[in-house]
Design a protein around this ligand. Structure first.
Ligand code: 5GP
Length: 141
């Protein structure tokens, strides 16, 4: 079954669209974390970051930047979060690759999910070693 975002791409359900090109679409999130919360999707239905070829990754990133500039000009937030979930355990609820643009204003507490003090410097070093050892193992194409 097509994802809810594919149905938006196909015009089967409405969305407040901000921008569209051949590969990407940007529209407002129906349950916003902040004023102007926007989703940028690749039109092709691919589940996560791990599934995208480089050209689509670039196309989405370019649209994120274009739309982030427009949001900044229109709403004048103090900052923006760029957030992207992969897999249900991360909070991904729509298995169709998308990036969140979340405008932020000082003191809004829209996102408070980091946990300071939960990892030691030694643990950080070991984790960096474990991950960097796998860089380049998989074919980037
Ligand atoms: P995720 O949790 O998968 O990273 O984000 C999915 C996002 O899609 C959520 O923020 C949710 O509010 C949004 N969303 C789900 N269904 C719809 C819809 O039908 N229209 C719009 N505009 N946003 C949706």
């Amino acid at each position: 079954m097509a994802s809810i975002f594919t149905r938006i791409v196909n015009g089967e359900i409405p969305a407040a669209k901000l921008y569209e090109d051949a590969q990407t679409l940007a529209f407002l999130d129906v349950s916003p974390a902040s004023h102007g919360h926007t989703l940028v999707i690749c039109k092709q239905e691919l589940p996560t970051l791990l599934d995208l070829p480089p050209d689509l990754l670039f196309a989405v990133a370019r649209t994120v930047q274009l739309v982030a500039r427009a949001i900044t000009a229109a709403l004048q937030p103090d900052g923006l979060n760029i957030l992207q979930n992969n897999g249900a355990a991360s909070g991904q609820t729509v298995a169709h690759y998308h990036v969140h643009i979340i405008p932020r204003w000082k003191g809004d507490h829209a996102l408070n999910h980091w946990k300071p003090g939960t990892i030691t410097p030694d643990e950080l070093r070991d984790l960096a070693t474990t991950i960097s050892a796998r860089m380049g193992v998989e074919d980037a194409a």
